[in-house]
Write a protein that binds this ligand. Structure first.
Ligand SMILES: Nc1ncnc2c1ncn2[C@@H]1O[C@H](COP(=O)(O)OP(=O)(O)OP(=O)(O)O)[C@@H](O)[C@H]1O
Length: 217
């Protein structure tokens, strides 16, 4: 399998405090990883660094084989990496508008946007919510909209920050059920989580942040 992202020497500091010092981080094309670690270990911070929301010191980085630096955050990574927050923020228009927003920003033709949004809405099982204002949705429905909004961009790497946090029962199961279908699409996925059912999904590799170090298991 080819390597999507390779980072050698990734250090994050907040002021004088060094949060982590990662010797090596490698993400293969089409592979899925769970990122575990105690509360405060730095899981969200690491995902935020990878998608350009947070700065960090990096010794060497390759994305799709190309040597890059993180400052400024490279355009090729911005176009190819999608991040899903555990409490997704949405515009108060409609679910369909929220899902299509990124495609519109990229200047795709209206028909193409419509068909990609329809496909994403079907994938996430939220067709009945297509015209609903997002503020009326439950936490689980919002998370599925957020996953559809990220997937519709056809990213190479999807970063999911605790996709099932604060969900239980059917809402949690509906989100978990979407993950294997994401993995089948060939995208690389990194999920920060504490959820045993996500951690135990078949074919998912485990990364753990502990005491400022990253280990692969
Ligand atoms: N902007 C910031 N300034 C200072 N410290 C920060 C900042 N952002 C995060 N931290 C600290 O960095 C540490 C790691 O936070 P982070 O949210 O990445 O942990 P986490 O592993 O995702 O935790 P959890 O499992 O609770 O979500 C925490 O101690 C947090 O307080």
């Amino acid at each position: 399998m080819s390597m999507l992202l390779e980072i050698g020497g990734l250090t994050k500091r907040f002021g004088d405090r060094r949060l982590f010092d990662i010797d090596r981080l490698e993400i293969e094309t089409g592979a899925a990883y769970v990122l575990t670690g105690a509360n405060g270990a730095g899981k969200s911070t690491l995902l935020r660094i990878l998608c350009g929301l947070e700065r960090a010191e990096v010794r060497g980085l390759r994305f799709l084989g190309e040597p890059l630096s993180l400052a400024p955050y490279p355009r090729s990574m911005r176009d190819a990496i999608a991040y899903v927050h555990q409490h997704p923020v949405m515009f108060s228009t409609s679910v369909a508008d929220n899902i299509g927003y990124g495609l519109k920003a990229r200047g795709l033709p209206r028909d193409e946007i419509r068909s990609r949004v329809e496909e994403a809405v079907d994938w996430a099982g939220i067709g009945h919510l297509r015209d609903s204002p997002p503020q009326t949705l439950s936490g689980g429905e919002k998370q599925r909209v957020a996953l559809a909004r990220a997937r519709v961009l056809q990213p190479r790497l999807l970063l999911l920050d605790e996709p099932t946090a604060n969900l239980d029962g059917q809402a949690r199961e509906a989100v978990i059920a979407l993950i294997p279908t994401l993995l089948d699409s060939g995208v690389s996925v990194v999920m920060a989580c504490h959820d045993r059912d996500l951690i135990g999904l078949p074919g998912v590799r485990r990364m753990k942040l502990r005491d400022g170090r990253l280990t692969l298991r």
